[in-house]
Structure formats: C-alpha cells, structure tokens
Design a binder for this molecule. Structure first.
Ligand SMILES: Cc1cc2nc3c(=O)[nH]c(=O)nc-3n(C[C@H](O)[C@H](O)[C@H](O)COP(=O)(O)OP(=O)(O)OC[C@H]3O[C@@H](n4cnc5c(N)ncnc54)[C@H](O)[C@@H]3O)c2cc1C
Length: 488
C-alpha cells in the first residue's frame, strides 16, 4: 500500500479494483458476469506518443497533464496560456458531465445526452492543440513523473489532479454490489432502467408480496442529491403512476428517505431543512431522520436501532470519498478528511512542487478563514479553484501567486416541480420562486447551446403535461461478450 491516510475499510488496491470493475462492467451485476470460457482479455499498452506528451518537447512549453475533466479540470484548461503549456487531459469518459442533474436522468426527467458534452468538441473550441486521452488513471509515479493508465503511460512536467470523488460506503464496500448510486451518468441510467423495470414488473405480477417489494424504494442520505431523487420518486408516485401505471395501487408504492443526522439538507439553513421535509411529505415520501442504515440484505434495510424496512431498491447518496488512485514514489501525498488530497492556498499538493489538486478531491484547511476545515464539495468551489490556478500558472515571472479565496454564491436544492429551497448569504427562501431560480441557474450552467435548449424544452413539456417520452427501458444487448470497455 503506497497511500497514506485514506479513509478506507479494505485494502486500497482492492478498493481501486472494486470501483474500476463496477464502473466498467458491461453487464448488470444482478445478472452475474458471464466469462467466456477459455478467453483471456489482453490489454493494449503503449507509451503515449501524441504531440503534447513526447518525452522531450522541442518548443520549450511545459507538459501539463490534467487528470479529470469535471468542473475544475475543464475550467482550468480553458484558461491556461497555450503559449506556455502543452496540455493533455486524461479522463475515463470522453465527455464532461453535469452531476447536479444526475437525479433527473435517474428519474426519467432528462435524457443522458442533455447533461453530457464531448471533451473533444469543448477543447477544440478553446485550445485547439490540447490532447485528450480517454483512459482511467490508476497510478501516478511521482519519481518518474508519469501517469499510468491501463492503456497508456503519460509523462508530465506539471500535474493537476482533478478527479473528483467516488461513493463512500463507510466500512461496507460490498454495498457497491447491491445499491444504486448517482455519481456518474452510467449509474444514473442504470438507476432509471431499474426503476422502470420495477414498475413494469410490479404491474405484471399477481404475487402481492413481490409487488410490494418491487415498489419499495429506500433513498439513503438526506443531502441535496438524496432529497432531489426522493422528491422525483415522490412526484412519480403522485402524478405519473396514477396516469401511466393504472393497475398499480398508488399506496403500495413506498418511498422512504433515511438521514443519519437530525435533519435533511444538514449543510443548508434550518429554514431550508424544514421546508424540504415538508415538500417531501407533500409528495408522499416518508422521511426518517436520525436513522443510520447498518446493512442491506435480502431486500431488507436494517437500521442501527434494529428497525427493519423492506427495500426492493436502495439508492445510496450517503457519502463520498476522494477518487482513490495510487501515488508511488519516495514521498506520497497526504490524504485528509474524506480521502481528499491536502493542498496549500495555491492548490499545490502538500510537500510537492509540481503536483496540484483541484475541486472535490482537494482539501484546503487553514487557508480561507471562512472555511478552516476546507471548502464544501460544490461546483462553484471547483470552478473558482480552476480559474485561480490557471491565473497563477499563467502569471509572469516575478509576479506573486494569488491564494484561493472562495466567493460563496449560495446553495439550493429542488424537491419536485414548483418546490425548491435557496440559501443566499443574507436570505433564505423556498417555493415556486426558489424553483424558478434553481431552474435558471442550472440552465445557464449546462455546457452547450443544444443541451440548454433540450433541457428547457423537456422541462417545459414535463411542466405542462407530466408526460415525457424518456421513460424508455433500453437494455444493452448481451452479445458479443465483453469483459470491460477497452478490452476485447
Ligand atoms: C448527484 C450530484 C449532485 C450534485 N449537485 C450539486 C449542486 O446542485 N450544486 C453544486 O454546486 N454541486 C453539486 N454537486 C457537486 C459537484 O458536482 C462537484 O462539486 C463538482 O462536480 C466537483 O468538480 P470536480 O471537477 O472536482 O470533479 P468532477 O466534476 O466529479 O469531475 C471529475 C472528473 O474526473 C473523471 N475521473 C474520475 N476518476 C477518474 C479516473 N480514475 N481516471 C480518469 N478520470 C477520472 C470523471 O470522469 C470526471 O470527469 C453534485 C454532485 C453529485 C454527484
């Protein structure tokens, strides 16, 4: 193990492998993975030979490699000076995503293409000579200054780690095999397919016990994502089921939200928490606070106090941890709270000269007096850190670097249509106006004009009709057998 202080229960390498396999398995885990007999999967591996990553560059520019094209990484790249840096972006997907709307994909409110944007197109617009490599980063060899992925090894002069976070199962990593999560577009699509599958199967069955089980949904975690997906399910129960699944008794559809702390939306104001709980209850969601999930087995969730709740489907939104990758070398970076990389005020990883970390994976304690424990894991923090680091890296010789200062513009969450809660610096409000504010902010933040227009049309259509053509259950074909994407 070459990694210090990560918040892990199991062997670190095992955790990396578990997350990797969950991301790339082609088959739904519930079906089991069919390994073709006698077939071995080989990996193509070669040194990266594109223009920006040749071992010796002739044009005098530094090779800057960015890991992760989320809000932080992409925002940094857009602002870097192309005369100074030959930039390579490595991401395990070939598109940028918009995580705040994953819950809408999971609840059939939006299609996945509306919240994804291809990197190659985005990069071409700003930095025509930025390289893009689609591959999953597994290791950084600090002594050799190389990034190792299953497909390529990429050398760097300066490295920026912006890999975000992944699900945290708090000491129970096997939960990854049985619960649904919302940390990627693929996870949101899987969740959508299975919600629809449960509704279809429940409609068809004559077995009352099975039907009740299929219709029992438990959301774990009362943060913004948990509240939003529970609200969307509540809306389905209240408005969609009576219209489109008329054979289903509405009261048999049970949606339960579990939150371990005393209130939902614990990071927002008390006003927001109270309002969100009220809105959820109006949408027929049962909210249990102070309820810690201990285990999930045989379709039963057991709480720490022994209470048992039937759950045909559990959606886990209870926690995140910094994306685990292996740092090897003589001095490996320290991981702080939440498996995040500890950085200084300029986002330089503590103890390193040429390695920076940005966004959700970075923890910057004791720098910003308003956030002594580090900043919240929010899109605005990631965007602003990307901008600040780009300005610092672009600065002229002799000019002082500027430490990061977060400009907190507020936070918000929505609970179904017409209802949202907004916390601004000096005021908190909820209801219809908050919902309009939420829609406007999200609409202007999505990348790409096509995506903005599609999302707006979908929202308007759903607002007036509750109808959406997105409740399609599309299963991928089983053959040809393939173990993982990128391996054949
Ligand atoms: C469901 C959900 C809802 C949210 N809602 C809100 C909200 O309403 N408002 C708000 O401000 N924030 C919200 N957030 C948080 C916000 O999305 C994050 O703070 C923000 O995305 C962080 O940006 P980032 O660039 O650090 O990481 P990310 O945006 O997570 O980007 C990380 C990138 O790294 C890539 N990557 C990860 N691992 C690897 C690997 N091993 N190899 C290669 N590439 C890899 C990913 O593909 C991704 O492109 C939400 C998050 C989630 C999950």
């Amino acid at each position: 193990m070459t990694h210090k202080g990560a918040e892990n229960c199991c062997n670190f390498a095992e955790q990396v492998e578990l997350i990797h396999s969950a991301t790339y398995n082609y088959y739904p885990l519930s079906e089991g993975f069919p390994t073709p007999k006698g077939k071995t999967f080989t990996k193509e591996k070669r040194d990266m030979q594109t223009e920006n990553t040749q071992r010796e560059r002739k044009d005098g520019r530094e090779r800057l490699v960015v890991l992760g094209g989320g809000f932080a990484g992409l925002n940094l790249i857009k602002r870097l000076d192309p005369k100074k840096y030959a930039v390579t972006l490595i991401d395990k997907h070939n598109y940028h995503t918009f995580p705040p709307l994953f819950y809408q994909v999971a609840s059939s409110g939006l299609d996945e293409a509306s919240i994804c944007f291809p990197f190659r197109r985005e990069i071409r617009k700003t930095h025509h000579d930025t390289d893009f490599v689609m591959s999953e980063v597994k290791e950084v060899k600090l002594d050799r200054k190389e990034v190792v992925t299953p497909w390529v090894t990429v050398p760097y002069d300066k490295l920026v780690v912006a890999l975000g976070t992944t699900n945290n199962f708090f000491g129970n990593p096997d939960l990854i095999k049985s619960v649904y999560t919302l940390k990627s577009t693929a996870q949101a699509m899987r969740c959508r397919n299975d919600i629809l599958d449960h509704l279809e199967r429940a409609t068809a069955t004559r077995d009352d016990k099975l039907r009740r089980r299929l219709l029992s949904f438990v959301v774990v975690g009362g943060g913004p994502t948990g509240v939003e997906i529970a609200g969307a399910l509540g809306e389905m129960k209240r408005f969609v089921v009576p219209r489109e699944y008329r054979a289903l008794p509405q009261d048999e559809l049970k949606i339960t939200l579990l939150e371990g702390s005393p209130r939902v939306l614990g990071t927002m104001s008390e006003t927001a928490s109270v309002k969100a709980k009220k809105y959820l209850e109006e949408l027929m969601v049962e909210v249990h606070t102070g309820a810690l999930m201990k285990s999930y087995e045989d379709n039963v969730v057991t709480l720490a106090d022994g209470t048992q709740i039937e759950a045909g489907m559990v959606i886990w939104t209870a926690g995140v941890t910094g994306t685990p990758i292996n740092f090897t070398g003589t001095d490996v970076p320290e991981r702080g709270r939440g498996g995040r990389l500890v950085v200084d005020g300029e986002n330089r990883v503590k103890g390193m000269t040429d390695v920076y970390a940005l966004g959700d994976i970075a923890l910057m304690p004791d720098v910003d007096e308003a956030f002594p424990q580090g900043h919240p894991q929010l899109a605005q923090v990631a965007i602003q850190q990307g901008t600040n680091l780009a300005n610092n890296l672009n600065r002229k010789v002799g000019k002082e670097a500027k430490p990061f200062k977060y400009n907190d513009k507020g936070s918000m969450a929505t609970v179904g249509r017409n209802r949202a809660v907004v916390d601004l610096k000096h005021t908190h409000f909820g209801g219809f106006f908050a919902w309009l504010t939420w829609m406007f902010i999200h609409l202007i933040s999505i990348l790409g004009m096509r995506n903005k227009v599609t999302v707006l049309i979908n929202w308007l259509w759903a607002y007036f009709s509750y109808g959406t053509s997105l409740r399609l259950l599309l299963h991928p074909n089983r053959y040809p057998l393939r173990q993982r994407w990128g391996e054949k």
